[in-house]
Design a protein around this ligand. Structure first.
Ligand SMILES: [Zn+2]
Ligand SMILES: [Zn+2]
Length: 211
């Protein structure tokens, strides 16, 4: 499995590209910088229609605003079952799209995810861990072979996700972090800011102290 970060401009979340048999993205940014995202794909010899699966870590617009661009290109969209309806209805408020002055296009969700689901991309298997707290339907994606965790806005390198937005819950976040602390981890790929190659375990411990 090869991982590239192809997003993060402006208000965009990080966008992780996973190269395996099923070429997959984790999150899509706001869509406001889609041209740059497409150029980053082109540098790797890919185009949007090569992306077969787009997994959203949660419903927030800075992670899902670009979904419709990939949907148009034939990609399947996945998100936790409790937030699928927000994408389908083009919700502005729980997704925080109103904060960005945007009206999201409704997006068809092909795959509703649940805790414990295993998403097979080829050699790579991503395990869905439901980690409510930042939002009700936040998930982390765990690759046990590498000890890699894609953590969305649940935990960053040196910080934790905010819990003051709609459906946020600090007690739930604390429980979610405790659960992550039980995983065998090496690398952390958060929804914003830099990734950590080696010290994910310590970063989760630090996050528990912060919260
Ligand atoms: Zn975010
Ligand atoms: Zn968020």
């Amino acid at each position: 499995m090869e991982i590239h970060q192809i997003g993060g401009l402006g208000f965009d979340s990080n966008i992780y590209l996973i190269l395996d048999e099923i070429v997959t993205l984790i999150d899509s940014g706001t869509g406001q910088n889609f041209k740059a995202v497409r150029q980053n794909l082109e540098k790797l010899g890919l185009k949007p229609s090569d992306i077969k699966l787009l997994i959203n870590t949660h419903c927030h617009f800075d992670h899902t605003g670009g979904d419709h661009e990939f949907l148009k290109a034939g990609c399947q969209i996945a998100i936790h079952e409790s937030e699928a309806g927000l994408l389908r209805s083009g919700d502005r408020f729980v997704t925080m799209a109103h904060f960005f002055g945007e009206n999201p296009e409704p997006v068809e969700v092909a795959r509703e995810l649940r805790d414990g689901d295993q998403i097979r991309l080829g050699k790579t298997i991503l395990e869905v861990i439901h980690t409510p707290g930042h939002t009700r339907g936040s998930i982390c994606l765990y690759e046990p072979r590498l000890g890699a965790l894609f953590s969305g806005d649940t935990v960053f390198c040196g910080d934790v996700g905010r819990t003051d937005l709609p459906t946020g819950d600090s007690h739930a976040l604390a429980r979610s972090l405790q659960r992550l602390a039980g995983l065998k981890l090496k690398s952390l790929y958060p929804g914003h800011g830099p990734a950590a190659e080696d010290d994910a375990q310590e970063l989760i411990k630090m996050a528990i102290e912060i919260i």
